[in-house]
Design a protein around this ligand. Structure first.
Ligand code: MG
Ligand code: MG
Length: 259
C-alpha cells in the first residue's frame, strides 16, 4: 500500500502542475495515466462500477465523481482531483483541490480549511480509540473557523482501504453521534472531508456520476490514505508520512516497519 501511495502522490503532483487555464480535464486524466503506467501501477478508478477514467475531476459546483472530458479549465476555477493506484493488489486513494490561475480568495479559504480539516482528522486518527473521533475532530475544526460558515457534506464519507479501494468502516466527516468501530493496529483509512460554501444538499447529474451542489455553491475535497500501526500512524500517500502537516498537532508519524 505504501508503494501504491507514493506513486499516487507522484501522479497527483503531475496533475496539479498540469492544471492550468486552457487545459482540458481529459488531459489531466492522460497525465495521471502516464504516471501510473511509468511506475507499473494500475488504476482502481478506471472501470470501477463502469467509471471511464483514472481520476475524478470535479470543477466548481461539482463536489465529487466528475468525469474528465472536453471541459476546458478557466482562470479562477476550483477543481478537486481524486485518484487512486494499485500495486500488487494493494490500493491507495487521495485527493487534492487545485485553484486554477488567479483564484477567488473565498475559494482559497474553502480549500485551505478543507485541507486543514483533513489534517485535523488525520491527527485525531493517531490518538483516537474509535473511528467516530475522526469526524468529531473534522467538524470541530471547521466550526471553529471565523467568517463565512462552510458546509460539511454528509452524502459521501471516508472509508477503510486495503485489498480493495472501499472497505469498512465508514469514516464520517462530521459528528455522527456514533462512536464507530474500535481502532486497531493494521487499520488503514481514507480520510476525505468535502466542504461547500453553501448548502450541503447534492444531486447526481444525468451522466450517473457527477455530484453537484443543488444551490451551485463551490466545493473542495482533500483526502489521504493513512495507516495506523503498532508504533503510530503513517500517511501512505505523502512522502514524509504527513510529518510537516502533523507537527502542529504534536503528532510525529512513524514509518511502517518493513519485513
Ligand atoms: Mg478518493
Ligand atoms: Mg476515498
Amino acid at each position: 500500500m505504501h508503494k501504491a501511495g507514493l506513486i499516487l502522490h507522484q501522479g497527483l503532483d503531475a496533475v496539479v502542475a498540469a492544471a492550468q487555464p486552457g487545459i482540458t480535464t481529459a488531459h489531466l486524466d492522460q497525465v495521471f495515466r502516464t504516471v501510473l503506467a511509468d511506475h507499473g501501477a494500475t488504476s482502481n478508478f478506471l472501470g470501477y462500477h463502469g467509471f471511464p477514467a483514472t481520476i475524478c475531476a470535479s470543477v466548481n459546483e461539482e463536489v465529487v465523481h466528475g468525469i474528465p472530458g472536453e471541459r476546458v479549465l478557466q482562470n479562477g476555477d476550483i477543481i478537486s482531483i481524486d485518484a487512486g493506484a494499485v500495486v500488487d493488489g494493494w490500493h491507495s486513494d487521495s485527493a487534492r483541490t487545485v485553484l486554477v490561475g488567479t483564484p477567488d480568495p473565498a475559494n482559497v479559504r474553502l480549500s485551505t480549511i478543507t485541507e486543514e480539516a483533513m489534517w485535523a482528522g488525520i491527527a485525531a486518527f493517531a490518538k483516537a480509540k474509535h473511528v467516530g473521533e475522526i469526524g468529531n475532530a473534522i467538524e470541530d475544526y471547521v466550526r471553529a473557523q471565523p467568517g463565512e460558515p462552510l458546509g460539511i457534506l454528509e452524502d459521501y464519507v471516508g472509508h477503510g482501504i486495503g485489498s480493495a479501494m472501499h472497505q469498512a468502516p465508514d469514516v464520517f466527516n462530521y459528528r455522527s453521534g456514533m462512536r464507530g468501530p474500535r481502532i486497531k493496529a493494521g487499520m488503514v483509512l481514507a480520510i476525505e472531508p468535502m466542504l461547500v460554501r453553501g448548502d450541503i444538499a447534492t444531486k447526481t447529474l444525468d451522466d450517473d456520476w457527477t455530484v453537484v451542489t443543488l444551490d451551485g455553491s463551490y466545493a473542495s475535497q482533500w483526502e489521504h490514505s493513512v495507516a495506523r500501526h503498532k508504533e503510530g500512524i503513517w500517511v501512505i500517500t505523502s512522502p514524509d508520512g504527513g510529518a510537516a502537516n502533523l507537527a502542529r498537532y504534536g503528532v510525529t508519524p512513524v514509518p511502517i516497519p518493513q519485513n
